[in-house]
Design a protein around this ligand. Structure first.
Ligand code: ADP
Length: 373
């Protein structure tokens, strides 16, 4: 992911910073049985893996979609662990040419799991190679250039591809269709995040009270990565300013300092919301216009701030642009204008908003995000 969305200054960014990557290794659940939440995905996946193990064959390719920080990488690692197979990790932006991918695929051992993060960003020529590899376990190695170039087919070991994407709507249908199992990871409930925070506190040796865990969970915008990060920031606060024990009061004081409000909104979220409400009268407004108004990249607003604002019922994505819901005015402690009700009239209700988040329109069709601009 590019842009300032990975800004370590932003304590509620769902993207991993260097600090997160170091700690996350220790906090990641290693087996399906250790995963908290995502019950349906966990159950479906366990059937897919169990079935494959019984047949003694590599399972279907798996596509995991959902906002950052919800556990896509964790699930990929768990799939390899459950299968007892080695794992090869790469990412879409790292695969610029078909040769980059051929180099990985041609050296696989039987049953290996290949994880491609941000798979929607794989370069086009490599994507073609991927289709053939996924379907026939074959790659065409091109020798020479121009009219004299020849493609030599090369058999590769049967493998399982695990693709992860934050933008399922951007995946070409031809690629999406080649995955035998697709799972959408959803935001977590505060209770589940409470369990995650308590587990992490145990692993990190943090003294955490029940009410402290609940306070952190409630401000973690449904995202385990953020919950774990807030726990670390609150622990610092407790150790430096208190007696090292994370209580509700301590968590509140710490998160106030980091400008994370009770609903988990931070400065960027509030900037987006107040631009939408105050400068554009509640919308509809295009994504790029909104991004310019808050001085951020469109991708940051779209991937980092927006899914949570939509989920919190403060904003909706409509075919005409982004709109604020009446709750947005209330959140900013402003009177709701009478004409804000139009947002409901054009169908920007919670159901519609939920489908947008999953990259689906009301008819269930996926669409390109640019449709909204
Ligand atoms: P993504 O790949 O979707 O960005 P990750 O798999 O890297 O997210 O998850 C981020 C962190 O959140 C992990 O290191 C892990 O500690 C934590 N995490 C994610 N999902 C869960 C879960 N279901 N239970 C416990 N911890 C989780």
């Amino acid at each position: 992911m590019t842009g300032s969305s990975g800004d370590p200054e932003r304590v509620v960014s769902a993207l991993a910073d260097a600090d997160d990557r170091i700690v996350e290794g220790a906090l990641r659940p290693k087996r399906l049985s250790e995963v908290i939440g995502q019950d349906r995905v966990r159950e479906q996946l366990s059937l897919v893996l169990e079935g494959a193990l019984r047949r003694g064959r590599a399972p279907d390719h798996v596509l995991l979609s959902g906002p950052p920080g919800l556990g896509k990488t964790t699930f990929a690692m768990i799939i390899a662990a459950e299968l007892g197979a080695p794992l090869r990790i790469t990412s879409g932006p790292a695969i610029e040419r078909a040769g980059d991918l051929a180099a990985i695929l041609s050296t696989l051992t039987v049953g290996e799991v290949v994880f491609i993060d941000e798979i929607h960003r794989v370069a086009r020529p490599a994507e073609e190679l991927l289709y053939l590899a996924m379907e026939d376990f074959r790659v065409d190695v091109v020798i020479g250039k121009g009219p004299g170039a020849t493609a030599i087919p090369l058999d590769i070991a049967p493998f399982t591809l695990v693709g992860a994407t934050t933008r399922a709507g951007l995946l070409p249908a031809a690629l999406r269709d080649r995955f035998g199992f697709t799972a959408h990871l959803d935001f977590y409930e505060p209770e589940e995040l409470g369990v995650i925070v308590r587990r992490s506190a145990g692993l990190l040796g943090v003294a955490l009270r029940e009410d402290g865990a609940d306070e952190i969970a409630g401000r973690s915008r449904g995202t385990p990565r953020i919950a774990n990060r807030l726990l670390r920031r609150v622990r610092d606060f407790a150790e430096v300013r208190g007696d090292g024990v994370v209580t509700r009061d301590c968590a509140r004081a710490a998160l106030e300092l980091y400008e994370v409000d009770e609903s988990g909104l931070d400065r960027l979220d509030r900037a987006v919301l107040s631009a939408l409400v105050c400068r554009f009268g509640g919308g509809p407004v295009g994504l790029s216009t909104l991004a310019v108004a808050v001085g951020e990249e469109a991708e940051t607003v779209e991937v980092v701030a927006e899914p949570f604002l939509v989920r919190a019922g403060l904003m909706a994505r409509t075919p005409r642009g982004r709109v604020a819901t009446p709750a947005a005015w209330q959140h900013l402690e402003l009177p709701v204008p009478r004409d804000a009700a139009w947002a409901r009239q054009i169908g920007a209700g919670p159901d519609w908003a939920g489908q947008q988040e999953a990259g689906q329109d009301a008819a269930g069709e996926s669409h390109d995000a640019t449709l909204f601009d």
